[in-house]
Design a protein around this ligand. Sequence first.
Ligand code: AP5
Ligand code: MG
Length: 213
Amino acid sequence: MNLILLGPPGAGKGTQAAKIIENYNIPHISTGDIFRENIKEGTDLGKKAKEYMDKGELVPDSLVIEIALDRLEKDDCKEGFLLDGFPRTVEQAEALDKFLEGRGGKVDHVLDIDVPKEELMVRILGRRVCKQCGATYNIPNMPPKKDGICDVCGGPLMQRADDTRETVENRIEVYNSQTKPLLAYYDKAGNIAHLDGTTGLENVFNAIVGILG
Ligand code: AP5
Ligand code: MG
């Protein structure tokens, strides 16, 4: 099963991805996570990506497409994958389709999670991520049991570098101008489902299970 999670920053793509991979046993591929990992390790890719991420801009297609398709070539993607944050432009979607066609495959489902802007701001500014294991919390909505400490591994919680008010405003604008055209792209392909992301974590997940079976 080849899946794509689509939706604005803070829609809950990463949160739903964690639940989907538990149930469907496919790898979770987040281009944002790949870049953050590279930034942490101080690689050349990380240095390049950081310039764009800190401003809330998209990393150039030429760079992202190569990274994403390289990852999809790995053995663990043979039975399917869950893409989170890729594709984000029509050029990326076309490159993905071409790559899959070359292997006799296709995108099976695009899950588009929609949340209004005011709620996105609240969610992103309240997001806390475990430095050790990556578990995600939300101060108003899903707080950890102990302030600043991960429930799962006891690691320290932190804010993402691009989760500032200014950067988030720009990320949402960039989503509207550069990523939203993908909704029409996949509407035309007929493989997209639109989900209301405001109905609560479990309800959104149940709707996804209803689509995937
Ligand atoms: P990326 O890491 O993909 O970030 P994003 O798209 O901005 O999305 P987020 O990770 O912020 O949100 P999410 O939808 O995963 O929400 P989450 O589940 O955490 O990209 C970062 C940057 O990398 C980009 O800006 C760009 O520079 C670069 N990049 C990455 N991919 C690229 C590409 N393909 N092309 C070019 N550049 C690329 O949830 C958010 C919060 O809400 C959490 O606190 C969570 O606990 C809470 N929450 C989740 N679900 C619910 C719910 N149902 N109810 C209440 N709260 C909820
Ligand atoms: Mg995410």
